[in-house]
Write a new protein. Structure first.
Length: 173
């Protein structure tokens, strides 16, 4: 039995999701991206207010992973209408975020979060899932490729004040 459980997040979970978002982003990109850019990005894109808006938005699906002992937040996913992923087509949905604390790596949580996101996307009638990935994040890119995603485009993505190279991946549903 896994050490985590998944459930749809509500507005009341916004602070917990923001905590995971900020911790994962910092752990992943400290030493890779500039510190001020990380802080600016997190303030603008990963605050509790931002997650509260997404949790309240019927067009979004926010899933929270909690540790079974104590219910601490350990991961999450966010599905939204496509934004900043380049050319889209009808039936597209964006996996805007998928994060798991590093202590959960190797437990199957990432695959479970992705499987739940795929199920949620299909339940909404989506036919293709898109996501953007920092070109230098080889661990994430390998994970998505193992799960059947294919790189379909490149983009420039702003983190703080700096543009970075990303790949846009797609998964046919």
């Amino acid at each position: 039995m896994p050490d985590w459980r998944l459930r749809q997040a509500s507005v009341d979970d916004a602070a917990a999701v923001a905590l995971v978002a900020q911790a994962c982003f910092l752990a992943t990109f400290a030493g890779v991206l500039a510190g001020p850019d990380i802080l600016a990005h997190l303030a603008g894109k990963s605050s509790a207010d931002v997650f509260a808006r997404w949790a309240a938005d019927d067009a979004a699906v926010l899933t929270l992973a909690e540790h079974i002992r104590g219910g601490a937040p350990v991961g999450y996913t966010l599905l939204t209408p496509p934004d900043e992923v380049g050319e889209t087509r009808p039936g597209d949905i964006e996996l805007r975020r998928i994060y798991a604390l590093s202590t959960m790596h190797g437990t199957g949580l990432g695959a479970a979060l992705l499987a739940q996101a795929v199920a949620d996307a299909r339940n909404r009638g989506a036919r293709r899932m898109l996501l953007g990935v920092f070109a230098g994040n080889l661990r994430a890119r390998r994970f998505y490729e193992r799960e059947g995603f294919v790189a379909i485009a490149e983009r420039r993505f702003k983190v703080g004040a700096t543009l970075h190279d990303d790949f846009v991946y797609a998964l046919e549903l």
